[in-house]
Design a protein around this ligand. Sequence first.
Ligand SMILES: [Zn+2]
Length: 317
Amino acid sequence: MTDLLKNPIFKDETTAREWLEARVWPEGPTCPHCGNADQGKIRGLQGKAHRPGLYQCAECREQFTVTVKTVFERSKIPLTKWLAALFLMTASKKGVSAHQVHRMLGISYKSTWFMMHRLREAMRSGGLEPLGGRGKVVEADETYFGRADDMHVSKQRHGRPYTKRGHIFNNRPILALVERGGQVRSFHVAVADQSTVCNIVRENVERETHVHTDESKLYVQGLMDVRRHRKVKHTAGEYVRGDVTTNTVENYFSVFKRGMRGVYQHCSEKHLHRYLAEFDFRYNNRAALGTNDLMRAETLATGIVGKRLTYRRPHQA
Ligand SMILES: [Zn+2]
């Protein structure tokens, strides 16, 4: 992995900026303020009076650089370090810890931590096409990871906490949908109940899809509004029946849990969705789908646009 960092884009600030510009603006600079992409109406500002990489838009008169309105915005960290962190995160199969990146890049742990969360935000995919379709299978399953920060109370139990086999059960539920041979989409939900789970399936899975689950009562065909719903009975020791199985989604969960335990020991609940975004990103850009390390890094570089962290940061990265 140290070999990876020998590329000049990790050493020279101008080379780093040009690499990023070519990814974010394949057709030439675009004004992030008004959307103007007319190259005749965008001018590079050169000379000592301007910071490098500054452009002026003739349409709205605003100035911009490639990092304006991206997750890199207003960062004091050099672009060479940002790109190094981006490549490290996308090249490692199981994820990489903030401690490791901090040591490799020689920037503070705190700055590294914020950089990595911003990059996870760039990995988040939103507003995508639904999964599945005619003749396709989507496996749905839920799991639990870590303790929730707030006690969840049950309406049926008149405001008392949920219990499972007599113990208070307050873990963080995660729902994942995996299209077989395709993409995953996972969700950290407040409570995994029937309406939450079925709504997510309905909103993210194409109607003509066959959905496979275990025998859980959470999944109801009518509420999910899908063509077919088939179940395997795990309680009866059944894991595969014909092509009915939830092995793909369960494998996804086991990769997630192993990674979280090995690399990210501490994860507060409010950041769980960002770690999920990172594991989703890695799965959706996996080698089996024809993606290599460079393509994965390039995909992430294009994902920095139009996203910002919404939680308050005590320090600027
Ligand atoms: Zn403009």
